[in-house]
Design a protein around this ligand. Structure first.
Ligand code: 5GP
Ligand code: MN
Length: 329
């Protein structure tokens, strides 16, 4: 796909990402937004997304994001859905559905493509890496070597944030030589990557640390120590004044437990409704587990929203997990 060819005649361009935007979602949306504003000076380019966490305030023009997604349906000439299929665009889905040209760019295996044009690359570390590929032309063989002169320091920083978040700072198995080559080019723009990693990835607020501790303390091992689960109900979240975004990282900490192959973390979103996060060391394909319950994701990281009591949900999940462990044993 030639990104510029697809947008050059558009007068209105919208860019959306998934609900509860994570680092890759914010990074890819902002990287593409900053780029399109530069190369399409006559078009009205808009980013439409739920409000990103404060840690991302270092990204240039992040305050230009339209976070009020209630306004009437506007017909965009081109609308991009990044890091998700249409269904998880939340309130921005109406803009995507109504657009003259819908472009879907994503790296989730579970996304079968909801655009007129789909660029779905499950082997890519992140959607931000895909935006890097598309902007620099690395995506198309005929363009040859990546042309990084199409980037600038601000775009590079946004994409770098996206990549470090989805790779756990180049730790997860989705990190490839191409990911590191992209990252190498990105840091050549001279931003303070060390500070970015600290302030957007590792740093936790006091509340985040407290709630992480609480979740670890109350976690339960099962299936002979191969699985671990922890849950936070509404009352506990209210007590700590924790928002869903304060819970990121809990599930991967659970997964770090010695002997654990599959970790489940869930927090209550309603009476008998939980947002479930799954992580695995690769033996269990948690995307398959999540898809069975209407969610999705990647082999090692997936999620879903599930109905029922805590015990119902753990029972249902462990049934699917045990089945995979049995066939793989
Ligand atoms: P997390 O556990 O961090 O919320 O999500 C892990 C991965 O699973 C992410 O790539 C995310 O996009 C995906 N994911 C999480 N929840 C859902 C969901 O409800 N539906 C789908 N399709 N994917 C999800
Ligand atoms: Mn992503």
């Amino acid at each position: 796909m030639n990104l510029y060819e697809e947008v050059k005649d558009a007068l209105t361009i919208g860019i959306g990402g998934h609900i509860r935007p994570d680092g890759d979602c914010v990074g890819s949306v902002m990287g593409l937004y900053l780029y399109l504003k530069k190369v399409c000076p006559d078009a009205r380019v808009q980013a439409l997304l739920e409000k990103p966490a404060d840690i991302f305030s270092c990204i240039k023009d992040i305050d230009e994001i339209h976070t009020d997604l209630t306004s009437d349906v506007e017909t965009f000439d081109v609308f991009f859905a990044l890091d998700t299929a249409a269904e998880r665009l939340g309130d921005a889905q109406k803009y995507f559905d109504g657009a003259r040209k819908k472009i879907n760019i994503d790296h989730h295996v579970s996304n079968s493509g909801s655009g007129d044009l789909n660029y779905i690359m499950p082997q890519a570390s992140s959607t931000s890496e895909l935006i890097y590929d598309l902007i620099t032309g690395r995506a198309s063989a005929e363009e040859g070597a990546p042309d990084i002169s199409r980037l600038d320091k601000d775009i590079a920083m946004a994409l770098y944030i996206g990549i470090i978040h989805d790779t756990g700072v180049f730790q997860y198995s989705n990190t490839s030589p191409s990911t590191l080559r992209a990252a190498a080019e990105l840091i050549s723009f001279g931003f303070d990557f060390n500070r970015l990693i600290d302030e957007t990835f590792y740093e936790k607020t006091y509340v985040q640390n407290q709630i992480l501790g609480r979740a670890l303390l109350e976690s339960i091992l099962f299936m002979n120590g191969k699985c671990v689960v922890s849950m936070l109900d509404r009352k506990t979240m209210n007590f700590y004044r924790a928002e869903p975004r304060d819970l990121e990282g809990i599930v991967s900490q659970l997964r770090n437990t010695k002997g654990v192959e599959c970790a489940i973390f869930m927090y209550q979103t309603d009476i008998l409704e939980y947002k479930v996060s799954l992580r695995s060391n690769g033996r269990v394909d948690v995307a398959r587990v999540a898809e069975f319950f209407g969610g999705g994701g990647h082999v090692r990281a997936a999620g879903a929203t599930m109905q029922g009591t805590f015990h119902d949900i753990v029972n249902n999940l462990s049934g699917r997990i045990a089945e995979q462990m049995k066939t793989e044993a």
